[in-house]
Ligand binder design. Sequence first.
Ligand code: NG6
Ligand code: CA
Length: 520
Amino acid sequence: MKIIKKSLFHSALVVLLMLGCKSKAEKEVAVVESSKKPNIVFIYMDDLGYGDMSAYGATEISTPNMDALATGGVQFTNGYATSATCTPSRYAILTGRYPWRNKDAKILPGTAPLIIDTTQITVPKMLQEKGYATGIVGKWHLGLGSGMVNWNERVSPGPNEVGFDYSYILAATQDRVPTVYIADGYVDGLDPNDPIEVSYKENFEGEPTGLDNPELTTMKWHHGHNNSIVNGVPRIGFMKGGEAAKWSDVDMADHFLAKAQQYVKEHKNKPFFLYYALQQPHVPRTPHPRFTGKSGMGPRGDVILEADWMIGEFMKTLDEEGILENTLIFFSSDNGPVVNDGYYDDAVEKLGNHTPAGILRGGKYSLFEAGTKVPFITYWKGTIAPGKSNAMVCQVDLLTSIAALVGSDKTGEDSENLLDEFLGKSQNGRDQLVLEATSRTAFRKGKWAMIPPYKGPAVIKSVNIEIGNSEEYQLYDLENDPSQKDNLAKSNPDKLQELVADFEKIRGTGTGEIEDLELK
Ligand code: NG6
Ligand code: CA
């Protein structure tokens, strides 16, 4: 805090001095300066694993631009998404509220209604109140509208109704329809004579599908993903019309980068918040041809390199616009990694020695560490001193921490003020954390991880991930056993009791309705 206070004090002093002896124009400039708040940027990856960056130990792939954030900022080794899938993590990062409190915070179809209450406090709303311009570019996946959506009119409520002045999004995921961009609620490039229809229940007559027309696909589905075909890729869900508005998959990363850069350029003179939510390395992995084959690891590796390049270009823009030293960046991922997530895309065959989860057990969908422990970095050139931190921090903490930074009294229901940790001034972090994976929850306290018993398969075979189900309680000492090999529940009953009691205090005793994964 000290540095910030000092610089605010400094600018206030400058104002006073200037008011005394300068012309009117100069006085106005000085007043603007005095209210200068840092820009805040979230760079959010989709399914990037703890072991997918060289800064986090990857040796088979090189991510120099992501690494530059890690080595120039605070690199957290105990940083968590709240959840092992996308929608719940994205709910928490914006609301500061545990996603398991909202029964609708599960992987959403492209037709799902908005799951954030429009009266709920969110990071962008809190920042709007503090005079920030707020924008989102990239993946949304928090639902749109309040019932049946008509994609040919303005789609609302959506990001603009929960705090973003500007939104340029893909509605759900790259593998789900509608495969169009939505700009402030309107489908970008829609021809009114070719309206869009979307359904997750049944196909539209005469429209080809991955299931019936494999000859029309250039990417083959492995499980799920056999509905409407767009650009040769069979998707989840059915869609008709909207030809002119359909996105080009291979250009998506460049397209979002250009929007993010434009946003920065247009808002560089006021404090802004930008949520830049990249779509990689989630399926379908569709690198631009200039990245194809570059990783030697197939499309999954190629899109990680592509994303890394995008981040480098984005950082250059902040630098060129002269605002790098006035911008606090959070970099993270919404959940852990998955290799085969539903397409035959060589990810398994060409993985070689790469370990997307590093030494962690599990992956996306899992209550084991790899589900939620993700790369997590804060970067603020000139303000944050580079270093590593093993403080336990979570994306749910951003709301309250950022509120503290900008002088807002808003807090998130489950969001702790970890501003000092994020600025690299404290290594304390949270004491405890409830984690979620496909509607099941588990607990972290200190160095301990506890997973309560759950029925169901131990491994989701289609994706080949251990998701943490067991008929017995599991207790792991993460300091001595970060790969969770040794279940200490039986040998350490007191510790187990303590964690179960603390967990149930927060979570209640019922584990709620378990999401039907449909991954088999
Ligand atoms: C699953 C999809 C998977 C991915 C995931 C959402 C199938 C068989 N699998 O249901 O491919 O889209 O949902 O990923 O449909 S997330 O990162 O957005 O949570
Ligand atoms: Ca994800």
